[in-house]
Design a protein around this ligand. Structure first.
Ligand code: SF4
Length: 363
């Protein structure tokens, strides 16, 4: 007997769900009802959709599905950051991290989402790069991380409030702009005011320097924030840290950022992971000032979060402070980013979905 594949409803917008309902012979308004159950209440079981007729719930269960990923495991940091290991279809695993903005009981959260299983870029300091690349995520799997993390967070905090997550950053596993279409689709779903309703200005898309993707993003007419991982201001060093630099060297990357700024008029964030003895010298600071001062940018300095199996080290707080002083004295807008979740390997560059594989890498 042929087993029919169930239709995935997660990731569909209201109009898609309305069309779906009409296509299966139901009134159009049922689409709106299901939309609310998915995106407002985070439900994946049709049997919980109490305003649908019983027969429809049963029928939907037979022909459709809502694949909110299962939380297989979670770790909680001393600073209340939570890292979730989520299971997608085909048992693929990704990590998502929720970061509280304060220690307050009613704190709002930022969610860090993954866009690929593993990552093809292979930055030499990054745990995700170590685990290799398996596949891109679909838009519904990206949005599913949001709903899965939100459900779990509400459960742990014993609250019915499903509006705890206010900011979304595409900075988890993977290079978002190498999975461009699905990432943009997921942004529209997260942003829909009738649904999850995360404001565009509360969404950040991070890239290791995919220059063509930056230019495409500039043309989307979105108000999201672009964050570019810089980590080195000369091509030799950047080639070693971020292999994508061989395809898009600094000159090409900066050209794309200039286009982005001129089209969107939005300030771009440059992320700079500080690696002891690698990119923290006075010369590195001077190179950065020369490169970025003409642009409308902020620089986030991120003292490296050490990764088991890699030889890179975090610089001392004094070195970080010195580097910051050089940049600000040179006229750059810079911040030292307060890192959260380092004790549970949930901080920047530490995600790896527990494949257990590590390789020792050196520059
Ligand atoms: S830092 Fe980002 S782009 Fe580089 S390997 Fe890690 S996940 Fe991929």
């Amino acid at each position: 007997m042929e087993i029919l594949k169930k239709i995935e409803l997660l990731g569909l917008q209201i109009s898609d769900l309305e069309n779906f309902m009409v296509a299966i012979g139901e009134p159009k308004f049922r689409g709106k009802q299901v939309y609310k159950w998915i995106y407002h209440k985070g439900k994946s079981s049709f049997y919980e959709m109490s305003d649908l007729p019983k027969e429809l719930r049963q029928r939907l269960d037979e022909i459709a599905k809502i694949s909110i990923p299962r939380v297989l495991k979670q770790r909680v940091s001393a600073d209340y950051t939570r890292k979730f290991l989520l299971e997608l279809e085909e048992k693929k695993r990704v990590e998502a991290v929720v970061i509280p903005q304060s220690r307050d009981k009613n704190a709002q959260y930022t969610l860090c989402l993954s866009t690929q299983v593993g990552c093809p870029v292979g930055c030499s300091f990054c745990a995700t790069g170590l685990s290799g690349y398996q596949r891109d995520l679909k838009a519904h799997e990206i949005v599913g991380q949001f709903l899965g993390a939100q459900n779990e967070l509400a459960k742990k905090l014993k609250t019915q409030d499903k509006k705890l997550i206010k900011n979304v950053v595409y900075m988890g596993m993977g290079e978002p702009l190498l999975n461009y279409d699905e990432v943009i689709k997921s942004v529209y779903i997260l942003n829909d005011p009738k649904g999850i309703n995360i404001g565009q200005r509360h969404i950040t898309i991070s890239t290791a320097g995919e220059a063509e993707g930056i230019e495409m993003l500039a043309r989307e007419n979105l108000q999201v924030t672009l964050a570019v991982s810089l980590h080195a201001c000369d091509n030799d060093l950047r080639n070693k840290l971020i292999p994508l630099n061989r395809k898009y060297p600094l000159e090409r990357l900066i050209q794309a950022v200039e286009r982005y700024i001129s089209l969107t008029n939005r300030r771009v964030t440059f992320e700079y992971v500080m690696l002891e003895g690698v990119n923290t010298s006075r010369q590195d600071a001077d190179n950065m000032i020369k490169l970025l001062k003409p642009l409308l940018v902020n620089v986030n300095l991120i003292p490296y979060n050490e990764v088991a199996g890699l030889s890179f080290k975090r610089p001392s707080p004094q070195k970080v402070a010195q580097f910051y002083k050089w940049l600000t004295a040179g006229g750059l807008n810079a911040n030292i980013r307060e890192e959260k979740g380092g004790d549970i390997e949930a901080a920047c560059g530490q995600l790896r979905a527990e494949t257990g594989r590590t390789r020792k890498r050196r520059l």
